[in-house]
Design a binder for this molecule. Structure first.
Ligand SMILES: C[S@@+](CC[C@H](N)C(=O)[O-])C[C@H]1O[C@@H](n2cnc3c(N)ncnc32)[C@H](O)[C@@H]1O
Length: 267
């Protein structure tokens, strides 16, 4: 881990942070009281949230398997990695093709503190971890180039992160900037909380989150999420509720979720 292992990272436990709240929703153990209070507040507003975050992890699993198994992608840039949990990107990718290379990026020190679990690569492939902010695209790409070959296709993964980028920080330009750096045949995968699925519950959940969190969340409509793929060719079935993206069963497709999900190819 060339970004340096955290000897004693400092965690701000006075306000909730998305990585730790998400960990709480997933049943993890790396969260603090303030994260649990906010996590509960969101679940009171939107009781199906636990299903929704699990559906997001299942979307990650299907999307990575599709890209490795059906498309032949071997390189991933996973920005907004989250605290390691079950089926991290490299584990899914390398279970299909051991030579896959995965670079993880997150800006929360708690993710850095647990990054060792992300660096358990199959020897045939590689993993790396970069502590960086998604908004610092140039810096992230320069570091990622130490592990990834940007003359070959790369799958850029922005799962459950772009809602943490407010409109004034231009998430559209950030997604476009990352895709400008990768060659034709590369892919962009996005999942994003929706403002137009379970709209009333979602709005109340966002209010509850934003009242006590370090950084605000912005839920977006299907049209806004589709615009994040501008200039790319959406893979079937397009931007859909995350559980409906190439589901493995009818039960999976019907999972409650207020997330839009999609995958697109750079022409
Ligand atoms: C909800 S979690 C999603 C984790 C994982 N991608 C998934 O979908 O299961 C969002 C992650 O994005 C990270 N994050 C939020 N804003 C970020 C930023 N501006 N730059 C880098 N990482 C960020 C958080 O620290 C957190 O770990």
């Amino acid at each position: 881990m060339s970004s340096g292992e955290a000897e004693s990272p400092v965690f701000d436990t006075s306000v909730a942070h998305i990585a730790r709240v998400y960990d709480y929703w997933l049943g993890g153990k790396d969260d603090y009281p303030v994260d649990r209070v906010v996590g509960e507040r969101v679940m009171q507003a939107y009781p199906d949230n636990v299903y929704s975050v699990r559906a997001n992890r299942a979307f990650l699993d299907r999307e990575v398997r599709y890209l490795v198994g059906e498309v032949g992608i071997r390189q991933f840039l996973d920005v907004g990695t989250g605290i390691p949990t079950a089926n991290n990107t490299h584990e899914v990718a390398q279970s299909v093709a051991a030579e896959c290379r995965v670079v993880y990026v997150d800006n929360d020190p708690i993710v850095l503190a647990h990054a060792r679990a992300l660096l358990t690569s199959d020897p045939a492939g590689a993993t790396d971890y970069i502590e960086a902010d998604l908004r610092e695209t140039g810096q992230t790409l320069a570091r990622a180039a130490q592990s990834l070959d940007f003359s070959e296709p790369v799958a850029v993964m922005l799962l459950g992160i772009l809602h943490m980028i407010p409109d004034h920080d231009d998430p559209y330009a950030i997604a476009a900037g990352l895709m400008d750096a990768v060659p034709a045949g590369s892919f962009l995968a996005i999942s994003h909380p929706a403002s137009d699925i379970n709209a009333a519950e979602g709005a109340e959940a966002a209010r509850g989150y934003n009242a006590q969190a370090a950084e605000p969340a912005t839920f977006r409509s299907r049209a806004e999420v589709a615009a994040l793929f501008e200039g790319l060719d959406l893979v079937e079935p397009g931007v859909v509720r995350a559980p409906e993206w190439r589901p493995r069963s009818e039960i999976e497709a019907k999972s409650p979720s207020n997330l839009w999900g999609g995958v697109a190819r750079k022409p």
